[in-house]
Design a protein around this ligand. Structure first.
Ligand SMILES: Cc1cc2nc3c(=O)[nH]c(=O)nc-3n(C[C@H](O)[C@H](O)[C@H](O)COP(=O)(O)OP(=O)(O)OC[C@H]3O[C@@H](n4cnc5c(N)ncnc54)[C@H](O)[C@@H]3O)c2cc1C
Length: 472
């Protein structure tokens, strides 16, 4: 225990970033309290797919792949058009690999055969934890409990203590109690569960109105942003996050999008490989006129729509529900979410597409199938089905599932929180989804948000511990 404060470091939020920070701070021999609003640790990290984005890892090497942190940095900056903080992107690129190896040491299994290209990178960097996000969160939770860390559950922090004379954050209020610390780390995750903050900071998500829903932790209400603002922090990264696409049949994640859907925009043109990674799909669809597109198919596809081999058993056992199977399409046809028409011209009218556009788009598509290659977007030919047998169908696809938000606190590469002048807010650090300018306008690949939480969570724990030494 610290001499003049209750703790050296108090961490608010016990998800991936908070637990990583707590472990590192405890390993640097400072006293640590980890305060969590929920009745358990884990946050959205535990709910996640557990994909971790990193370059130059032992897992890549086990697959015989050569990669570099320079290449990851270039990719990150280029895809984001340099609209992220370069020093944060550099820190992420250089340390994501070490963060992955650290998780492996803690017992998380990233099988080489599960490594995949989770964005548009040419060397695969999407490392999938075998037991998904739960495995990562459980490994961190185990390490927290091995250490002398005071874990305080069911305590939602809404107020920081601030010493006006020292101009320094000096602790937190838990209920009626003022608990003091030399350093406070904010690791409260995103704000997907707070409609007001979505309206304020993520208008693309808010614009989806009733169609949108959030799939992360209920406690991710943006408290980190509000607490940071209390202390004078700058908020950066407006209108950023990750939306996933959905036909909005039910408020469920879409686990399987078949390759036989043909996506067209309001010009009636294809604009993407329909099998592109989710990381890029919502941005591409959102950029079309109207911010959505239509998935088109014919009656032959409807009648034969069934899960592919990967999902067959789980679907038959009722473990997952799927959108693109005959029974569900028929239900949604009756509900009006699947639009049906006898001719392509009628379908265009009902969907508000450019008259005469669908016929030429689908003529080309059907010719490509016969010729053996998708000449426009190079989709896997084996997945394509002609769109030729009436009646025809169309379903509007929206980027409406809110997966994560990335407007957040401005930090430097040591994770110190900065104010609008770029000055450090003394005593305050932040890491993970509660920060801004690490994740950009483009989700560069599945896994970069957990990498963000682990990399900067660890940095926050280490830097906070050094800061307590300076503050003594
Ligand atoms: C379904 C789903 C799948 C995903 N899949 C992936 C994936 O495969 N790869 C990837 O990179 N990203 C993925 N993400 C995003 C990723 O999981 C998160 O962005 C990341 O885990 C955030 O980590 P974090 O530690 O910053 O926040 P969290 O893990 O959300 O932790 C924040 C914690 O803070 C607590 N908290 C909040 N406010 C307070 C308060 N005031 N006081 C005390 N505690 C508070 C919360 O209860 C929570 O436990 C996914 C997200 C979801 C929802």
């Amino acid at each position: 225990m610290s001499q003049d404060t209750d703790y050296d470091v108090i961490i608010i939020g016990g998800g991936g970033a908070g637990m990583a920070a707590a472990i590192e701070a405890a390993d640097a021999n400072v006293s640590v309290a980890l305060v969590e609003a929920d009745d358990k640790l884990g946050g959205s990290t535990a709910l996640s797919g557990g994909v971790y984005y990193a370059a130059d890892t032992s897992v890549q090497k086990a697959r015989g792949l050569s990669d570099s942190t320079d290449a990851m940095f270039e990719y990150y900056m280029t895809l984001n058009q340099y609209r992220v903080d370069a020093s944060l992107a550099r820190t992420l690129s250089e340390n994501a690999g070490a963060g992955l190896e650290w998780l492996i040491e803690l017992g998380v299994n990233f099988a080489p055969e599960a490594l995949y290209s989770s964005g548009v990178e040419s060397v695969p960097r999407g490392h999938a934890a075998t037991g998904m996000g739960r495995e990562i969160a459980d490994a961190l939770d185990r390490e927290v409990s091995k250490r002398d860390i005071d874990v305080v559950l069911k305590s939602q922090i809404t107020e920081l203590l601030f010493d006006e004379e020292q101009a320094r954050v000096t602790g937190v209020r838990i209920g009626a109690d003022a608990i003091t610390a030399k350093v406070v780390i904010l690791a409260t995750g995103g704000f997907g569960a707070n409609q007001y903050l979505l309206n304020k900071y993520y208008p693309d998500a808010a614009a989806q109105a009733d169609r949108a829903w959030y799939i992360g932790s209920d406690y991710c209400v943006g408290d980190g942003l509000l607490l940071g603002e209390q202390a004078g922090a700058d908020i950066v990264g407006y209108n950023r996050g990750l939306l996933l696409t959905t036909p909005n049949f039910k408020k469920e994640l879409e686990v399987y999008v078949p390759g036989w859907l043909v996506y067209v925009n309001r010009e009636g043109r294809r604009f993407v490989n329909e099998m592109a990674e989710y990381a890029v799909m919502s941005g591409v669809i959102g950029a079309q006129t109207g911010g959505s597109c239509f998935a088109v198919f014919d009656d032959e596809a409807r009648v034969t729509a069934k899960p592919n081999r990967q999902y067959e058993d789980a679907f038959a056992a009722g473990m997952i529900s799927l959108n693109w199977v005959t029974e569900e399409i028929d239900v949604q046809c009756k509900a009006g979410k699947v639009i049906q028409a006898d001719t392509l011209e009628q379908l265009e009218t009902q969907c508000g597409l450019r008259p005469g556009s669908l016929q030429s788009t689908l003529d080309q598509y059907n010719q490509d199938i016969e010729a053996g290659a998708d000449s426009a977007f190079f989709k896997d030919h084996g997945e394509m089905k002609p769109v030729a047998t009436p009646p025809f169908y169309a379903v509007e696809i929206f980027p409406a599932i809110i997966c994560l938000t990335s407007t957040g606190l401005r930090i430097n590469k040591k994770t110190q929180v900065l104010d609008q002048r770029g000055q450090v807010v003394p005593g305050l650090f932040a890491a993970g989804e509660t920060t801004g300018e690490v994740l950009g306008e483009r989700y560069i690949g599945g896994g970069n948000s957990i990498a963000n939480a682990i990399v900067f969570g660890r940095v926050a724990g280490q830097e906070a511990a050094s800061e307590t030494a300076r503050h003594n």
